[in-house]
Write a protein that binds this ligand. Structure first.
Ligand code: AMP
Length: 282
């Protein structure tokens, strides 16, 4: 496995592999890797000749009062996980300045899709994600790029980004990896104390309750959202951000559930803002 900090070296390496007829799989991350990240790398390993990953904590996607400064990092542990997952090449910039806009001031604005769900409390977050992902796509070049469904809104936006700008990239959405008790794996779970770790189960419980209601015949989206909210609000250590039942493509609230519904929930547990989601078909 080769680790490079220079983004142009990363770009050249992948161009070189493609020139020899190799296919490339790419997994962008912010590091502090867990099995959710590793599952994307393993999938890329199965489907592509060369597996590339990036580790970059993107300042553009953090709001002023968010956890950029204390976002967890673990160079040794991540190196091990990357190696064990069969990654060939890693872009791991030492200094964020080269990854930012080089002072151009240009930014991608994703528009209204970025203002729904997480965008309501994280204004500008998805603009920051899209800007860096566009840059990473240009560096990676033609490839399959693997993203987790855990970040469902991010995945929808990246699919639109790739399609809208004709990036020669196939975006592949991968299933959410969970702890045995149902908690979705997240780098931010490391912020949780032991009581908070238990309390965090209210997110997956809320999704199960929403799913059960739909399976029992509930068709009103607002009622399903209310059932999920109640689950989170009944947990004293949780502070609900949102619970929503939306169309999986437009992310608009569903008034009536007929086909697929995306159940999405976000809550603060102590210092950690956690998200989770589930797609349910009626
Ligand atoms: P992050 O490092 O949090 O930016 O995540 C990097 C990639 O890993 C994104 O595509 C995430 O959606 C994905 N990811 C994070 N957690 C999980 C999980 N529990 N299961 C599957 N994919 C995940």
């Amino acid at each position: 496995m080769k680790i490079v900090s220079d983004r142009h070296e990363f770009q050249r390496e992948l161009q070189h592999h493609r020139a020899k007829g190799k296919t490339v799989g790419f997994v962008p991350t912010m590091g502090f890797l867990h099995d959710g990240h590793a599952s994307l790398m393993r999938r890329a390993r199965e489907e592509c000749d060369i597996v590339a990953a990036s580790i970059f904590v993107n300042p553009l996607q953090f709001g002023a009062n968010e956890d950029l400064a204390k976002y967890p990092r673990d160079r040794e542990g991540d190196t091990r996980t990357l190696e064990e997952s069969g990654v060939d090449l890693v872009l791991w910039p030492n200094d964020p300045s080269g990854m930012l806009d080089g002072g151009s001031g240009f930014n991608i604005q994703v528009g209204s899709i970025g203002e729904k769900l997480c965008g309501r409390t994280r204004p500008g977050h998805f603009d920051g994600v899209a800007t860096i992902v566009a840059k990473l796509f240009n560096l990676a070049g033609p490839c399959k790029a693997y993203f987790g469904r855990k970040d469902a809104q991010q995945l929808v936006i990246i699919e639109r980004l790739a399609e809208g700008f004709d990036f020669p990239i196939e975006v592949v959405g991968c299933p959410t990896v969970r702890e045995p008790d149902g908690l979705a794996m997240s780098s931010r779970n490391s912020y949780l104390g032991s009581e908070e770790r238990q309390a965090a189960l209210c997110l997956s419980r809320a999704l199960s309750a929403g799913q059960a209601a739909i399976q029992a015949g509930e068709t009103l989206g607002s009622r399903v959202a209310e059932i999920m909210s109640e689950q989170v609000e009944s947990e004293p250590l949780a502070r609900l951000d949102y619970a929503a039942c939306v169309d999986p493509e437009s992310l608009d609230d569903l008034s009536t559930i007929s086909g697929e519904a995306l159940l999405a929930v976000a809550a603060f547990i102590g210092q950690a803002r956690l998200i989770d989601n589930l797609t349910v078909t009626r």
